[in-house]
Design a protein around this ligand. Structure first.
Ligand SMILES: Cc1cc2nc3c(=O)[nH]c(=O)nc-3n(C[C@H](O)[C@H](O)[C@H](O)COP(=O)(O)OP(=O)(O)OC[C@H]3O[C@@H](n4cnc5c(N)ncnc54)[C@H](O)[C@@H]3O)c2cc1C
Length: 208
């Protein structure tokens, strides 16, 4: 069998430096038969192996790791359990609820596993603090937090449009399209625009 060198970096994480040294498992030699082979002993691989072992004890499960358990991001991260998936800014209520429930479930799973397995982990679950360095971003975050509390993921009108003018331009474009399709009279467009302007002013005035 041809062997390839796996290019994984040699740095040791801060977390790894603060735990008792572990005896490395023997290197894989020859052929090993298994029902399930998992490549990579990070959170993904290890939690999959753990759950499969628990639910299907009859299965032969092998975890293959190039270096050590937690060698990748799992052993080098900030150690925070957070209630969201980075990079997703959901405007969809169903998706928002799903991400929240899934990440909540993940945190409960970790907490429960630490308890059941009596792991030596300093776990704290007392919320998190996010800081903002500009008033505008702080206010946006405050509005977002209020919406999430009400389970309403829809962004505020001023988050969807750059400013009043931008909002009115969008309304105007939509009104002309509807008029072209025969759903609105051309002569009604000015009053639609006036109503949209009043709506913008009202919403911003009654924001807080
Ligand atoms: C700096 C940083 C900070 C982060 N902070 C947080 C945080 O605070 N909270 C949070 O929830 N998430 C955080 N994350 C994200 C989180 O750490 C990762 O999403 C998570 O660890 C990914 O786990 P994984 O098991 O999928 O991958 P990894 O942990 O990368 O595991 C992959 C494993 O596969 C092994 N491997 C690779 N190729 C092979 C091969 N060919 N054969 C055998 N083994 C192989 C690697 O050695 C490694 O051990 C952070 C990530 C980074 C980088």
């Amino acid at each position: 069998m041809k062997r390839h060198r796996i290019d994984v970096d040699d740095n040791v994480s801060m977390w790894a430096q603060t735990v008792d040294p572990v005896e490395p498992r023997p290197v894989l030699e020859g052929v090993v038969n298994a029902d399930v082979a998992i490549v990579g002993a990070g959170f993904t691989g290890m939690s999959t192996a753990y759950e499969m072992r628990r639910r299907f004890p009859e299965l032969g499960i092998v975890v293959l790791e190039a270096r050590t358990v937690g060698n990748g991001a799992s052993g080098r991260n900030g150690g925070m359990m957070l209630n969201w998936v980075n990079g997703i800014d959901s405007k969809d209520e169903t998706l928002t609820k799903r991400i929240w429930a899934t990440t909540q479930h993940g945190m409960d799973w970790i907490t429960e596993t630490i308890r059941t397995e009596d792991l030596r982990v300093r776990l704290r679950r007392d919320g998190c603090l996010e800081t903002f360095t500009s008033q505008q971003r702080a206010e946006e975050a405050h509005r977002k937090a209020e919406r999430l509390q009400k389970r309403d993921p829809r962004p505020a009108i001023e988050e969807r449009y750059p400013n009043r003018q931008g909002y009115l331009e969008s309304v105007k474009t939509a009104a002309h399209r509807l008029a072209g399709e025969g759903y609105l009279l051309e002569s009604d467009i000015p009053s639609v625009l006036a109503g949209a302007g009043e709506k913008w002013d009202y919403l911003l005035e009654h924001r807080h």
